[in-house]
Design a protein around this ligand. Structure first.
Ligand code: SAM
Length: 281
């Protein structure tokens, strides 16, 4: 009998991936954590039934979440990643030689531990890297308690249900603003323009309440609902489309991100542009 992992993406659409083995399944304090082996996407992590990452396409999301804000800020030294317990975002941040200190704040320690076991190439920077500091704490509380500490903050959250819900509010973004230095940059994953326009509107609207420069960009992640994925960037001073990315890129090893793609990612299809225009009203 063939086994499939099925993600209920919307009320009317599912994605099914053939599974050869269930490697791990548990109910943590916060969510249902599943890791399966699949012929199509290698090992795949799901939280509460939603696909989070997999061996094959993970680098698209992680490179675009990390390098766009890090090349927007001219000289990032201190970086905070909220969520992201799989370690993929931290791995990309750690590629920047100028970054001196990285805090990862993940609410669920079981995500960190199981990803270290099953996704060694994604979680590689979580062990033995003296720049990386891992904290099992709530990111919402973390930003409430701090001020002017980070040059870049990356919000690598799960879906806006369960523990990740509070990571999409205007109050949270205002605290992120407070936690950033005078010319700080933040980025948040904001789901698909096709199936989650309401999430983008809420996040974009909330970020633009605090940040004078707010811009949406997209990338193509085949395993995320509809394949078209968005990030929303908030910046106090530096505009990501004016960033000197070509000069600074050097020989950073990437598979998706390039300086040209950095700039192109902000060119939006008209229907996506309209979502951001409505959100900013
Ligand atoms: N790439 C993924 C995606 O968009 O599908 C996100 C991956 S990452 C594993 C998301 C993480 O955010 C989860 O491990 C979850 O435990 C964590 N998280 C959710 N709410 C959080 C909070 N309030 N503070 C810190 N981490 C949180």
């Amino acid at each position: 009998m063939e086994l499939y992992f099925t993600e209920q993406q919307t009320d009317n659409q599912r994605l099914s991936v053939r599974v050869t083995k269930t490697l791990h399944h548990e109910q943590t304090q916060f969510q249902e954590l599943t890791i399966v082996e699949t012929p199509q996407w290698g090992k795949l992590l799901a939280l509460d039934g939603f696909l989070q990452t997999n061996d094959v396409d993970e680098w698209v999301y992680h490179e675009m979440g990390a390098h766009v804000p890090l090349f927007t800020h001219p000289n990032p030294k201190r970086v905070l990643v909220i969520g992201g317990g799989d370690g993929g975002m931290v791995r990309e941040v750690a590629k920047h030689p100028g970054v001196e200190h990285i805090d990862l704040v993940e609410i669920d320690g079981r995500v960190i531990e199981t990803c270290k076991q099953y996704f060694p190439q994604i979680s590689v920077a979580l062990t033995g890297n003296p720049k990386v500091h891992v904290h099992v704490e709530d990111g919402i509380k973390w930003v409430m308690d701090r001020e002017a500490e980070y040059d870049v903050i990356i919000i690598d959250s799960s879906e806006p249900v369960g523990p990740g819900e509070g990571l999409f509010t205007a109050e949270f973004y205002a605290n992120v603003y407070k936690c950033l230095t005078g010319d700080g940059v933040m980025v948040a994953q904001t789901e698909s323009p096709w199936t989650n326009a309401h999430v983008i509107k809420r996040a974009f609207g909330g970020i633009s309440k605090s940040f004078p420069i707010t811009r949406l960009y997209t990338c193509a992640v085949p395993t995320y609902p509809t394949g078209l994925w968005s990030f929303t960037l908030g910046s106090k001073v530096h505009d990501p489309v004016d960033a000197d990315v070509h000069a600074r890129f050097g020989d950073l090893p990437t598979k998706y991100y390039t300086p040209n793609l950095h700039l192109a990612a902000f060119q939006l299809p008209r229907f996506v542009q309209q979502i951001t225009e409505e959100a900013a009203k």
